[in-house]
Design a binder for this molecule. Structure first.
Ligand code: APR
Length: 240
């Protein structure tokens, strides 16, 4: 039995765009309608927790109405042929709902909330709100402190980054899909790949990013179109 090749997928908001989830920096993106410093920083939480809760409640509520798209599904299907690890900057659960089994969320998860006193006290939103989306002032952890979104805000550490680097260091292939590669440390992940690893970048806009590897192939398509093309390429030796 030949050793299955290892694929690491670095995904960003663009992979969920065709599911109807707003990206951050495209036209009419989230950061166009909200100031980051008002809704996605520890200072924002201290200054106006109700506004921060409302921002994430709206996104969590929308998540209940959207479905994984063909790109999520094809990425999950690659697990039939490869050892696939998803490292996502997204806080939605669309990779999991599409069937991917190894998903690491670098920037947190919309459907989880955590204690402001003990960051290890993490709850699924369904444990707090049977509707599955609302977190309110006064919703408290078992130790009595206010619950907050389980999201990595700007200025906070990215605790899963070490694990993400470890996964990347032994990958044969990296698929980078739907990310502007503007936010570090996530954007620098490809630097940890083995020197001879192949990199495929799927994005209708070629990201303005300095790749050090000569093995980069740009597929300047939307996620669903690009993944159809790449899926064929990556499975042609398996499917005769
Ligand atoms: N298919 C593929 N890519 C797309 C599509 C699509 N249909 N639509 C847009 N894109 C691309 C854009 O061209 C852009 O390169 O998706 C990327 C979205 O970039 P951003 O909006 O910056 O999102 P992302 O890269 O995920 O942001 C990284 O920034 O604000 C923080 O924590 C937040 O995780 C987020 C991080």
């Amino acid at each position: 039995m030949n050793q299955r090749q290892k694929i690491v997928v670095l995904s960003g908001a663009g992979v969920s765009a065709e599911s109807g989830v707003a990206t951050f920096r495209d036209h009419n993106g989230l950061w166009e309608n909200h100031r980051i410093e008002d809704v996605a920083t520890p200072e924002a939480w201290r200054k106006n927790p109700a506004l921060v809760l409302e921002f994430y409640n709206k996104r969590r509520k929308q998540l209940l109405e959207v479905q994984p798209n063909e790109a999520h599904l094809l990425i999950a299907e690659l697990e039939k042929y490869y050892d696939v690890y998803i490292i996502t900057q997204n806080v939605d659960d669309l990779h999991e709902r599409a069937g991917s089994t190894k998903v690491l969320h670098l920037h947190g998860e919309l459907k989880k909330v955590r204690s402001t006193l003990d960051e290890n006290l993490v709850y699924h939103i369904n444990e707090i709100d049977p509707k599955g989306w609302e977190l309110k002032l006064g919703d408290r952890c078992a130790k009595g402190s206010q619950l907050r979104p389980h999201i990595v805000w700007f200025g906070e550490l990215v605790p899963m980054m070490e694990e993400a680097i470890r996964i990347t260091q032994t990958a044969n292939i990296m698929i980078i899909i739907g990310t502007s590669l503007l936010v570090y440390p996530a954007a620098g992940l490809s630097y940890y790949l083995p020197k001879n690893a192949s990199i495929y970048v799927i994005d209708p806009q070629k990201p303005d990013f300095l790749f050090t590897s000569p093995f980069v192939k740009f597929i300047t398509q939307k996620a669903t179109t690009g993944m159809k093309e790449l899926f064929k390429e990556l499975t042609k030796d398996f499917i005769n």
